[in-house]
Design a protein around this ligand. Structure first.
Ligand SMILES: Nc1ncnc2c1ncn2[C@@H]1O[C@H](COP(=O)(O)OP(=O)(O)O)[C@@H](O)[C@H]1O
Ligand SMILES: [Mg+2]
Length: 347
């Protein structure tokens, strides 16, 4: 098959995406597919679209390592003459030539449904979720509203608007400790845990760096788990134990910062309960051929609280879903191919 792997883009998670997508591209090449690996923002400058597709025989491989610091998007835009158009030259032409698109983006238009809507418009199948599922999963307020509707436990929350809300409102409605986060980001960009007044201002400005709308959530104390859903079924559960602090950007992407245990050490009953919740979340948000759902198992009441669903979860071989798939006997290369085949309904 001819597969366009889309990555990068104007998103705080572009580096994460370029890393994931380069490894996805290698996996698909190794399975014998023709692969075009494209940064959605930077695009393809050549005039020969066919030359964008590499083959296993060409010996081409891709690699990208994630810098410790989050990317400077304004500098990137400036280096492209200030172009703010999100889809770069040649990208859609390459997608039109492909049998399927592997959406390897994280954050921004690649994850919030806008890219998916464009792909629908040009009638090319793509991995992941449709635009509605993406839009719902990327908006933590809408997601949590649906979790409540479907009786999926989630921490109490409020939207914080600095023009109308004060810290006293937060103390009254949610209280400390709480989590402060942008409403529609990922990779823990802009997320802080606030224990007292001294941490408040920094948390609010860190969140505002990413998005004007901020969500304040009651902190849930307990073990953290993540559960992939693949073609409608839950994968083995993974437990996430950061060595220092919480599961922030650094702990997500720097090697050895976090211990991950898969399958997680949970009783068979608790395993079933969490997996059923993950599938319920996946359905509630109208997600597609894969997703990953994050939970904290509360020490206070023994319930799994859903933090969020990730409609385009990390896909390096060491990311959580590929680890879970491996525990279920699915090798990384097979997982990448399976996602494309199920997107084109060839499985
Ligand atoms: N309410 C909460 N209670 C405890 N920890 C939280 C809470 N919200 C977020 N966290 C921590 O912050 C991390 C990132 O938060 P999350 O809501 O999943 O945002 P993102 O979309 O950036 O991954 C979580 O994996 C968890 O470690
Ligand atoms: Mg998360």
């Amino acid at each position: 098959m001819k597969i366009a792997v889309l990555a990068g883009g104007i998103s705080p998670e572009r580096d994460v995406s370029l890393c994931s997508a380069s490894l996805i591209s290698n996996a698909l090449l190794s399975k014998g597919h023709e692969v075009a690996f494209i940064d959605v923002y930077e695009g393809f400058e050549g005039s020969d679209i066919d030359s964008a597709f590499a083959t296993k025989e060409s010996g081409k491989t891709f690699s990208y390592s994630i810098p410790e610091k989050e990317p400077d998007l304004e500098a990137l835009i400036a280096s492209h003459g200030g172009r703010r158009e999100l889809i770069g030259p040649g990208v859609l032409d390459i997608c039109r030539k492909a049998d399927a698109v592997f959406v390897g983006c994280h954050g921004g238009m690649g994850e919030n449904g806008r890219l998916q809507a464009v792909l629908d418009c040009i009638d090319v199948p793509y991995t992941g979720s449709g635009y509605i599922g993406c839009a719902l999963a990327m908006d933590k307020h809408l997601s949590k509203t649906l979790f409540r509707y479907f009786n999926i436990p989630t921490a109490d929350w409020m939207i914080f608007d600095p023009k109308t809300n004060t810290l006293d409102d937060v103390k009254e409605k949610i209280g400390f400790p709480c989590a402060v986060k942008p409403i529609g980001c990922g990779s823990s960009c802009g997320v802080s845990l606030v224990h007292d007044d001294s941490e408040w201002e920094a948390a609010i400005s860190y969140s505002a760096k990413y998005e004007a709308t901020c969500l304040i959530e009651k902190m849930i104390h307990g073990r953290e788990f993540s559960i992939g859903v693949l073609d409608g079924e839950a994968l083995p559960i993974i437990e996430i134990i950061p060595k220092v602090g919480f599961y922030d950007y650094k702990n997500k992407y720097q090697a050895n910062a976090t211990t991950e245990i898969c399958p997680a050490e949970l009783s068979p009953e608790k395993t079933k309960e969490a997996q059923a919740l993950a599938v319920a979340v996946h359905r509630a948000l109208n997600l597609g051929n894969y997703s990953r759902v994050d939970f904290i198992l509360s020490e206070d009441d023994g319930k799994f609280y859903c933090l969020e669903a990730n409609n385009l979860p990390g896909m390096t071989p060491n990311s959580l879903i590929p680890q879970e798939a491996r525990a279920a006997g699915i090798a990384y290369e097979d997982l990448c191919e399976k996602l494309v085949l199920s997107a084109t309904k060839k499985v």
